[in-house]
Design a protein around this ligand. Structure first.
Ligand SMILES: [Zn+2]
Length: 174
């Protein structure tokens, strides 16, 4: 099957789940399937899937390759879905691979990003936030729940940031 047919397959599976009629994906340079719907602040695609918010590259893997296997080396109990192509918005399953926590630390997309625990680009928070996100969160004055939704992290992750229990090393510089 060619790329466009595969994308169409993915779109129809996504639309069946999410009832969105607009496209989610476009074929981009180097064969990347660029996610053009909602994204996280770090550029990962995001979509409602099975009643929860999920990262688009993980959903693409599940829909086109199958379930993500359990992996107890990660904090959340399933394997990390990593990018070969250094493009966080890409959901082409041929550009993705499954890895464990150690692979995740070496992932090209994750290089230079904060976070030693959890899968970078996973739905759990700390790993997905940048220092500038943390500064913005602390300055925002918005409710925890709103910030959690905006940054696609848990409310407890936001609460920890606000109280300085995590990211204590990030000092706002004006
Ligand atoms: Zn790609």
């Amino acid at each position: 099957m060619d790329q466009l047919a595969c994308i169409e397959l993915l779109e129809s599976a996504l639309q069946a789940d999410a009832k969105r009629r607009k496209p989610h994906v476009r074929l981009a340079e180097k064969g990347c399937w660029e996610w053009i719907a909602a994204r996280t602040p770090l550029g990962y695609g995001q979509v409602r899937f099975r009643g929860t918010r999920e990262l688009a590259h993980r959903v693409s893997w599940i829909l086109l390759k199958g379930e993500i296997p359990p992996d107890q080396s990660t904090r959340y109990g399933t394997a990390c879905v990593l990018h070969r192509c250094d493009n966080p918005s890409c959901v082409n399953p041929e550009h993705l691979f499954l890895g464990n926590q150690a692979d995740n630390a070496n992932d090209a997309v994750g290089k230079g990003r904060w976070g030693k625990r959890g899968c970078k680009g996973e739905k759990h928070g700390r790993a997905m936030l940048t220092e500038s996100d943390v500064i913005a969160i602390r300055k925002s004055g918005k409710p925890t729940r709103a910030l959690a939704a905006e940054y696609a992290v848990s409310q407890s992750a936001i609460a920890h940031i606000l109280k300085g229990r995590t990211w204590g090393h990030v000092k706002e510089s004006i």
